[in-house]
Unconditional design. Structure first.
Length: 342
């Protein structure tokens, strides 16, 4: 049994399951099976590393049974090139085989992997967003909290009456903007939402490929937040825009931030690096961004932690390494880069 199994994909296939894999480190992003196999065989680097790890959700189910799908939330270490450390994956697969054999979906599977060193529990926002997204993919109905959230965002309860709106309801609503009148209601409500709703809502919208019509509204909202020096509103706009289909609008907001007095705010810089990272694939924008990080004075380690984070992302790494050799850098950026190697 163990001889033939070299990858998680093979383990799941050998157990007779239907499965899919997601990255859940930065955004919740479905990984197609060919890509996942190439990652497992270390032919390609992991595309979305976070803190030196691949953060995965693997959803699988027994085709013959009608039970709910099972999910493994797994984190595996990556090497300095962001490739999977195969030994960790092999260790996990062997632990599964020892604990469960190929019966990974049976009654006896419950709780058997609770103390597994590669298993983790996502935070409440991520878990709610993942549950909501999976229900949409499986064409299942939303949770019991969805209708109340719909009612709230329609404005019928009053936007100050947010205390009874569940995080799972907000997640279900965010993942179903195409349904009913949800998008129109959210657009009408957006400017009136209290921060207690805005923050979890933007934590859900960062996983949604929102349409250009709403993205334009968020861009205008973000630009106004820059004018008013409102970092909470700006972070909400950046997070909500980060996965839109209209990435040009995300880039516009990032550029506006980098030109503004908000360009050394730690929360804003961390949000751009963590969520709007694809805009930093542009070498010039990356240069300006890293220069802003170098000029940030409050947190000594901010430049180092953002550099370390971004240099691991395969689509950004070559541009960031190119910046190390660039001639026309500001004195401050040159000094910050120098400190990386001291």
């Amino acid at each position: 049994m163990t001889e033939q199994i070299a990858t998680l994909g093979q383990l799941l296939d050998a157990a007779g399951t239907t499965w899919r894999a997601f990255d859940i480190g930065r955004h919740i992003t479905k990984l197609d099976k060919k890509q996942f196999l190439a990652i497992e065989e270390t032919k390609i680097p992991y595309p979305y590393p976070l803190a030196g790890h691949a953060w995965l959700a693997i959803q699988f189910w027994d085709v013959k049974a009608s039970k709910e799908p099972y999910v493994w939330f797994l984190k595996f270490p990556l090497d300095e090139q962001s490739r999977l450390v195969s030994a960790s994956r092999d260790h996990f697969a062997n632990m599964v085989i020892e604990a469960l054999g190929t019966e990974i979906t049976g009654e006896n599977a419950e709780g058997k992997l609770d103390n597994n060193p590669y298993v983790f529990t996502p935070n409440a926002n991520k878990l709610a967003a993942f549950n909501a997204q999976v229900k949409c993919l499986l064409k299942q109905s939303a949770s019991q909290y969805y209708e109340y959230a719909q009612l709230y965002f329609s404005g019928k309860l009053g936007f100050d009456n947010w205390q009874s709106v569940a995080v799972q309801g907000i997640a279900d609503f965010a993942m179903r903007l195409d349904n009913d009148n949800n998008l129109a209601n959210l657009q009408a409500a957006w400017g009136q939402l209290p921060v207690e709703v805005l923050q979890p809502l933007s934590a859900m919208l960062e996983h949604v490929a929102i349409e250009p019509v709403f993205a334009e509204q968020l861009l205008a909202y973000g630009l106004k937040a820059i004018e008013q020096k409102d970092d909470i509103a700006l972070v909400a706009a950046l997070r909500s825009l980060s996965k839109t289909t209209a990435q040009g609008l995300t880039a516009q907001l990032v550029d506006a931030v980098l030109r503004s007095e908000m360009n050394t705010q730690s929360d804003v810089l961390l949000t751009i690096a963590g969520r709007c990272f694809s805009t930093l694939e542009d070498p010039e924008r990356l240069h300006v961004f890293m220069d802003c990080c170098a000029h940030h004075t409050e947190i000594e380690q901010l430049f180092v932690s953002i550099f370390t984070d971004l240099v691991a992302i395969p689509s950004i790494r070559p541009h960031l390494l190119g910046l190390l050799r660039k001639e026309n850098r500001s004195e401050t950026l040159a000094r910050a880069i120098g400190r990386l190697f001291s």
